[in-house]
Design a binder for this molecule. Structure first.
Ligand code: PMP
Length: 405
């Protein structure tokens, strides 16, 4: 059983009033609120043991290093990686994917090779591949989506071929909530000899993810969407593939021996963590993982699905509403429009009632093009949201509608 009262009291960001109304935060797909223990962990690093990691032979530096490295082990455990050496800290999903696009793709792709992605990718898993394709002469291809917001896999046999060198797919769409059959897609990619990257920005925060079971080659996610601080993310990679990448950034920490002419590289993962890392943020991410583990990822997922079903059910009674995305296999994200009201207006009216939702193209313009709309409203939930908040949201939508008749 989930203790909502306790959970809500852990989040200072939920205690505020907005325009004189209790704050309802329905934009967790963009970034999550942070529990006090995450904020405390960050503050404690700055107040109690500020020092650089991996360098100093003194108390604070050793403590910072121990905390920083223990989070690597926590992350490995969270996503069931076989070793913490597979875990590279980055500043977020975007940087993780760009690291692969620069350090792996530019080394391995040649003219005529193919990169396969899907029409439902976030710009972070699309633009880096456009640039990599331009730089290497590779060809970028897309798996289309159907009007119900799932991947159209009818031509996968043609789209995936021995020419496909990289297959990059999201596990859960940030726009539609669609949860893709990722294990099957990884297997299909491998059958053609492709390296497979999974964008897990929207899945790791909300469900249990097992990289060994998925058998993906890379997996990327961000700390700030899973109760952690901004400025920290993860790239998981299989060791033999990481070994075959050129360094992303050059600088301190990633080297072994430097002469005037050349350098040799440090071991993995440090080879890919040039310069002083985001120490406080990594330590905060560790506290976020502790927090999620205390609730249990299965409970987080189950509760969010309950909330989603409740919200979809109530929303579907609103006249003139279009809800996008699939009916099943969906994360706690509801994209919608209401006839005659622009998404941005709706979001602004909801803000007056203290309710935060997103309106726009959600960094995935190809999906908007597909549905023939320029924007949608997106309500997205996390483990701290309640059915009462959803009911309040529905009531506000019904009130707003009255202004537009
Ligand atoms: N992929 C997906 C599916 C996302 O939802 C996001 C963030 N909205 C990203 C990638 C990029 O994450 P970040 O901005 O944290 O790098």
């Amino acid at each position: 059983m989930i203790d909502l009262k306790k959970i809500r009291s852990d989040f200072p960001g939920l205690q505020i009033n907005v325009h004189g109304k209790p704050y309802v935060y329905f934009d967790s797909a963009a970034t999550s609120q942070k529990p006090k223990m995450v904020i405390d962990a960050v503050t404690s690093y700055y107040t109690d043991y500020t020092a650089n990691v991996h360098r100093g032979i003194y108390f604070a530096s050793e403590k910072a290093t121990n905390h920083y490295e223990s989070v690597r082990a926590q992350v490995a455990q969270l996503i069931h990686a076989s070793s913490e050496r597979n875990i590279i800290f980055t500043k977020g999903t975007t940087e993780s994917i760009n690291m692969v696009a620069y350090s792996w793709a530019r080394k391995h792709l040649k003219p005529g090779d193919e990169i396969l992605i899907t029409e439902m990718e976030h710009h972070s898993n699309l633009v880096p591949w456009q640039i990599a394709a331009q730089d290497t002469g590779a060809i970028l291809k897309y798996i289309p989506i159907t009007m119900d917001g799932t991947l159209d896999l009818s031509d996968i046999g043609l789209l995936l071929s021995p020419s496909t060198k990289l297959f990059a797919i999201t596990q859960q769409s940030n726009v539609l909530g669609t949860v893709n059959p990722i294990k099957e897609l990884v297997r299909k990619g491998h059958d053609m000899g492709a390296v497979v990257l999974v964008d897990a920005a929207q899945s790791v925060p909300h469900q249990s993810v097992d990289v060994q079971d998925l058998n993906c080659d890379f997996l990327a996610f961000s700390g700030h969407k899973m109760l952690g601080p901004t400025g920290v993310g993860v790239l998981y990679g299989k060791m033999e593939i990481l070994e075959d990448m050129t360094p992303f950034h050059g600088g301190g920490e990633m080297i072994n021996r430097v002469t005037m002419q050349e350098s040799t590289w440090n071991d993995i993962p440090y080879r890919f963590e040039a310069g002083t890392p985001n120490i406080a943020q990594v330590i905060g991410l560790g506290a976020a993982i502790d927090y999620l583990n205390d609730i249990g990822m299965a409970t987080v997922h189950f509760y969010e699905q309950e909330l989603l079903a409740h919200a979809k059910n109530a929303l579907s009674d609103i006249d003139g509403i279009t809800i996008y995305g699939p009916e099943n296999n969906c994360g706690a994200v509801i994209p919608f429009n209401i006839d005659g009201i622009h998404a941005a207006d709706l979001a602004q009216f909801l803000d007056q009632d203290g309710i935060a939702v997103r309106a726009g193209h959600h960094c995935a313009q190809p999906i908007m093009d597909k549905f023939g709309v320029s924007s949608t409203v997106r309500a997205s939930f996390y483990v701290y949201n309640t059915k009462d908040e959803v009911d309040q949201f529905i009531q506000c939508l019904n009130n707003i509608k009255k202004y537009f008749v």
